[in-house]
Ligand binder design. Sequence first.
Ligand code: DCC
Length: 237
Amino acid sequence: MLRSCTAGLRSIWALRGRREGAPRLSTDLQPARRLFSTEKVIHKDWALPNPSWSKDLKLLFDQFMKKCEDGSWERLPSYKRRSTQESEDFTTYFLDPKLGEEERLSQAQLFTRGFEDGLGFEYVIFKNNDEKRTVCLFQGGPYLQGVPGLLHGGAMATMIDIALGSCTGGAVMTANLNINFKRPVPLCSVVVINSQLDKLEGRKLFLSCNVRSVDEKTLYSEATGLFIKVDPEKRST
Ligand SMILES: CCCCCCCCCCCC(=O)SCCNC(=O)CCNC(=O)[C@H](O)C(C)(C)COP(=O)(O)OP(=O)(O)OC[C@H]1O[C@@H](n2cnc3c(N)ncnc32)[C@H](O)[C@@H]1OP(=O)(O)O
């Protein structure tokens, strides 16, 4: 496991070296990743393959892309910043314009997308709207280490939070997250997070998920979460 991780790292460092002095998104290195405007970093879709993705991750990605062809599944794009509408929902709720926070937050970005390719969180989420469930394919890179050779539990919790959140749609906050860590996850391995919406009660969304190995033989974690739709009539701060 560590050998394959080292090999992966070597290719990551090689890519980093090649990138020095060049624009971060030179198209020869990341042909599959799209740019939607001249504001490169902001609008890049990160939920697409890059050279750090392992064979397992690419294979699963291709399988799910096939499932998207009949419209039953969709791949969720992922940006460093939320869409304008989502940001507006949250900004209205959380930020006091009098405090000038908008300027301070102009550099804010989703922390799972703040790592160089392959070093942190590599993931893509597919959603089945009819079945109210998502599948998240996640490869945790070497900067997410906890116990030597293993993925940090906090990194796993982060991905579980995002995976559960992806089942909700709209502006929600995590109110409660309960995780049972059953087996440690090897660093640089690929896991599959199956999440579903179990119950909707007013503004409360009850969700659950499990985290398994690619061959489904190992159950790494199980979790439940309570998410609350933000109330536009309320301010939290
Ligand atoms: C690829 C794209 C995907 C992208 C998807 C990305 C998803 C990313 C997800 C990341 C999300 C985060 O990290 S969020 C960051 C971590 N979370 C937070 O910081 C949340 C902090 N807490 C809060 O702001 C607040 O407590 C809220 C918003 C959760 C709830 O406040 P509120 O709106 O005033 O609601 P409130 O009236 O208190 O509660 C509403 C109902 O919920 C119940 N309730 C509230 N909290 C709890 C609780 N912990 N446990 C049980 N029940 C609770 C209340 O009893 C009530 O039930 P009843 O009386 O109606 O029956």
